[in-house]
Design a protein around this ligand. Structure first.
Ligand SMILES: [Zn+2]
Ligand SMILES: [Zn+2]
Length: 337
């Protein structure tokens, strides 16, 4: 079988080896789709912290079951499956509270251990979820969209609240979708007008703001003189992350969904007088995965528009570089296996 390995920053190599043999408690999975995300781009560029090479990337996966034993989720050969790419210990302090998304010894497929850029993988039964009638493209979107679902859950966002989401990339779009489903009024902010148009038309956000256009006044004008009670950062950009805190209302919360690799600086009196809460939101749980699956089953997510680029894996190496450039208009690139 063929696989693609990131040998070192900037270098992918396509190689061949025997398919794995299935161990007890595992299922043999043929990979159908691998979604490309920021983590993969950072790993390729060499700026993903704590990353070891060589590594087979790929954690947004759609697979088909080739071989499997009887299992509690009822998966059978021929079924399409969603892969939960977070391997958790089940017994640390976080897992014991049900917060498996921040397990102390978390290993993520395609990050800490070899991932899905290979034709066949043998995976533990616990990480496989039946996909029902979802298409393989939709299946590969479950993981990235679950990050947004988790952050909205973490914020305990209520109907009627106003939420500001900064960053209309693949993660921000998921946050906006689930904030809308929670019944919030959603304001989207970005530096790119095309992306604002996308979330306005396809996700139904209520208001959009192009960064730099008197942002605070714009929010207050739109929201009857009040700031949003929840602000979500989906940029991971230092400047945006540090600026975002000024947009929360008194008593509001600030959700850090995007990740910046170093220190952030906030003005304490400013945060204190508002009794603001800063909440990090990491990965997702099974509950979030199931929420995304249910949402996708309704057909209300514009999966076809969200996937802007699709290539066969034999052509991935030639295209990968271009997905780093914003001018290619990429939201989600998908690699077909
Ligand atoms: Zn991802
Ligand atoms: Zn754990």
């Amino acid at each position: 079988m063929k696989y693609i390995v990131c040998q070192e920053p900037g270098t992918f190599v396509i190689k061949e080896r025997d398919a794995p043999t299935r161990k007890p408690g595992e299922a043999l999975i043929r990979i159908k789709k691998v979604g490309i995300c920021g983590t993969d781009l950072h790993a390729f560029q060499g700026n993903q912290p704590f990353f070891d090479y060589p590594r087979i990337l790929g954690h947004e996966l759609a697979g088909e079951v080739l071989e499997i034993d009887d299992n509690r989720r009822g998966l059978k050969p021929g079924d399409l499956a969603i892969v939960m790419p977070y391997y958790t210990c089940g017994k640390c302090i976080a897992c014991a509270q049900g917060k498996t998304n921040c397990c102390t010894s978390m290993e993520v497929l395609g990050v800490h251990i070899d991932g899905g850029m290979q034709e066949i993988l043998s995976l533990p039964l616990e990480v496989l979820i039946p996909a029902g009638k979802l298409t393989s493209n939709e299946i590969a979107l479950v993981e990235p969209l679950s990050i947004g679902a988790h952050s909205v859950q973490r914020a305990q966002l209520l109907a009627g609240e106003t939420a500001l989401v900064t960053g209309c990339g693949p993660i921000g779009i998921g946050v906006m979708k689930f904030a809308k489903l929670a019944g919030a009024k959603v304001i989207a902010m970005d530096v790119n007008q095309q992306r604002l148009d996308f979330v306005s038309e396809k996700i139904g956000v209520d208001h959009t703001i192009l960064v730099g256009q008197n942002t605070s006044e714009n929010i207050l004008d739109y929201n009857q003189g009040e700031l949003p009670t929840a602000v979500f950062d989906a940029t991971g950009n230092k400047q945006a992350l540090e600026a975002g805190v000024q947009f929360i209302s008194h008593g509001g919360r600030y959700l850090l969904v995007g990740l910046y690799k170093d220190d952030l600086c906030f003005n304490h009196p400013h945060l204190h007088k508002k009794e603001g809460s800063i909440l990090a939101s990491r990965n997702a749980t099974f509950k979030d995965f199931y929420q995304v699956i249910d949402m996708l089953k309704t057909g209300s997510f514009p999966a076809t528009d969200y996937i802007t680029h699709e290539v066969h894996f034999t052509e991935m190496i030639d295209h990968f570089d271009s997905w780093i450039k914003p001018e290619t208009g990429v939201i989600k690139a998908m690699v077909n296996w």
